[in-house]
Design a protein around this ligand. Structure first.
Ligand code: ZN
Length: 279
């Protein structure tokens, strides 16, 4: 009897340890997008407080290098994948030199609701969208720039998401992302600067630059080969594929759901003006 109790206690401790490691260390990456989205919803409130120290330098370290690379593209269309509480759109729209539009995605509605509050005065320049599925619902070569910060390490593998970001960029388009540092402790997920550069090059990117950012992440900028001719697309309706028929043909509506002009399908929009793309 005592032996059985001891065995059960050991099993419970081991399960607790594994679950804690999965949730707090890997941020639920192995539990699927629904559980991961739910975890981020729970963390949303204290998320910004945790990140404050590193956010102080966002304009200088992660926004300026993108704007410099987009010189000559006055109104770029930017996709921000895993936007969280809208950190990157906030920093980008805070810069006088940016006259474009940002489509910001996340798997957590809780995070997006905080982003909606944070970006309330700038909603004309940013679209927030909830989606949990890959591939992302946009045609090839849609965006002038794509960003994805502090997120590749918590995806099941980096290769597929990087290939997807590459697909979505226009020729000559700019990728800005991050590399988890050796100090971040996620050993299984960390790639050395050399490995990360090689992975980006294998994906097709060129001009890969890695710079110090903060303790847990380096800033990374790379380019898709080609000459960047502006997309001239300015809003979600110019870029989003219909979930049913795949066409980019949205009927204009000020508020309420988006309606596909080709097949009549609707994509709901929340009270906070978050587009709820079915996944
Ligand atoms: Zn349709």
């Amino acid at each position: 009897m005592i032996l059985w109790i001891a065995i059960i206690v050991v099993i419970l401790i081991a399960a607790g340890f594994l679950l804690e490691r999965e949730i707090y260390f890997y941020e639920g990456v192995h539990l699927g997008p629904r559980v991961q989205g739910w975890l981020y919803d729970r963390w949303a409130k204290k998320y910004d407080a945790d990140k404050q120290a590193s956010q102080a330098r966002d304009a200088e370290v992660i926004v300026r290098p993108l704007l410099d690379a987009l010189t000559g593209i006055p109104a770029p269309l930017v996709l921000d994948v895993a936007t969280g509480t809208g950190r990157f759109p906030s920093a980008l729209l805070g810069e006088a030199g940016f006259g474009g539009h940002v489509i910001a995605l996340d798997i957590s509605r809780g995070m997006l609701e905080l982003a909606a509050q944070k970006l309330a005065s700038r909603r004309a320049a940013v679209t927030l969208m909830h989606t949990a599925s890959m591939p992302l619902p946009f045609p090839d070569a849609t965006f002038d720039a794509v960003s994805c910060f502090e997120a590749l390490e918590v995806m099941p593998a980096m290769e597929a998401p990087l290939a997807e970001l590459y697909r979505l960029l226009r020729p000559g388009g700019i990728l800005v992302t991050s590399r988890g540092t050796e100090e971040s402790g996620r050993k299984a997920k960390v790639k050395s600067a050399e490995q990360f550069t090689a992975l980006l090059q294998k994906t097709g990117f060129e001009n890969v630059e890695i710079q110090k950012w903060w303790k847990l992440f380096d800033f990374v900028r790379a380019r898709k080969p080609g000459r960047l001719v502006p997309a001239g697309k300015r809003a979600l309706a110019d870029a989003l594929k219909c979930p049913r028929c795949g066409k980019v043909e949205w009927a204009g509506q000020a508020d309420g759901p988006l309606r596909c002009g080709a097949c009549g399908s609707e994509v709901p929009v929340s009270a906070e003006k978050i587009v709820l793309y079915p996944s």
